[in-house]
Design a protein around this ligand. Structure first.
Ligand code: GLN
Length: 212
């Protein structure tokens, strides 16, 4: 439906979507809630990195809800262009940068108070064959490799270089893969506390790492 109407609702705002991006999902709103609460407690505007931004739903919403300065990346040039359009429509383009490249490669040397990501996390064997609503979405936005965590492993390898001393890291993933993602996050951010967050259905949906 979102591809037919060209729009989807996320966190009470309308986003333009097309077949180059995943349709924003309600469960991703929990990551925004966490990021917004954390940023409001910071005392400064804060810097945010949204990796694999797609439509820009997470990046734009955080920018709209706070005073944060947001960088967002995506490997797809079409997604980057669409996310920038969404930021302009929401009049927060001045505090958001949308950069094309793999994971955090476009922001080498930059550190953030919040790193948030909804990367492709569906284990390859679990991808629906279609017809199914997700079979219309870009495979590159869904396919997380054999165990669903291939792309998160790549991000986490370099994550320590992109966080400030008291940062928060928020990663959405498939419920059966969350325990393993906790271990990976803990291994990459040794001085952090890592907990699980549930989605609206009560399923384990995201990992929250807080640096000490
Ligand atoms: N939540 C999506 C689904 O289950 C997957 C999103 C993603 O891979 N980031 O279809």
């Amino acid at each position: 439906m979102a591809y037919i109407t060209g729009s989807a609702c996320f966190y009470g705002r309308e986003f333009i979507v097309d077949e180059s991006v995943l349709v924003p999902r309600p469960e991703t709103e929990h990551l925004v809630d966490e990021a917004v609460a954390f940023l409001r407690g910071l005392g400064t505007a804060g810097r945010v990195l949204d990796v694999g931004t797609g439509s820009g739903a997470i990046a734009c919403t955080i920018a709209a809800e706070t005073n944060a300065v947001v960088d967002a990346t995506d490997v797809s040039p079409e997604a980057v262009a669409l996310a920038a359009r969404n930021a302009e429509r929401l009049a927060i383009g001045g505090r958001c940068r949308f950069l094309c490249g793999d994971l955090a490669a476009p922001v080498k040397g930059e550190r953030y108070d919040v790193v948030v990501a909804n990367l492709p996390y569906v284990p390859t064997a679990d991808l629906p064959a279609g017809p199914d609503s997700t079979s219309f979405e870009p495979r590159v936005a869904l396919d997380g490799g054999p165990d669903g965590l291939t792309v998160y492993r790549a991000l986490l390898r370099g994550i320590a270089d992109h966080v400030t001393a008291k940062a928060m890291v928020l990663l959405e993933a498939a419920p059966p893969t969350i325990e393993r993602l906790i271990e990976l996050t803990q291994n990459s951010l040794r001085n952090s506390t890592v907990t699980i967050g549930n989605d609206y259905a009560g399923l384990a949906r995201y990992v929250k790492g807080t640096l000490k």
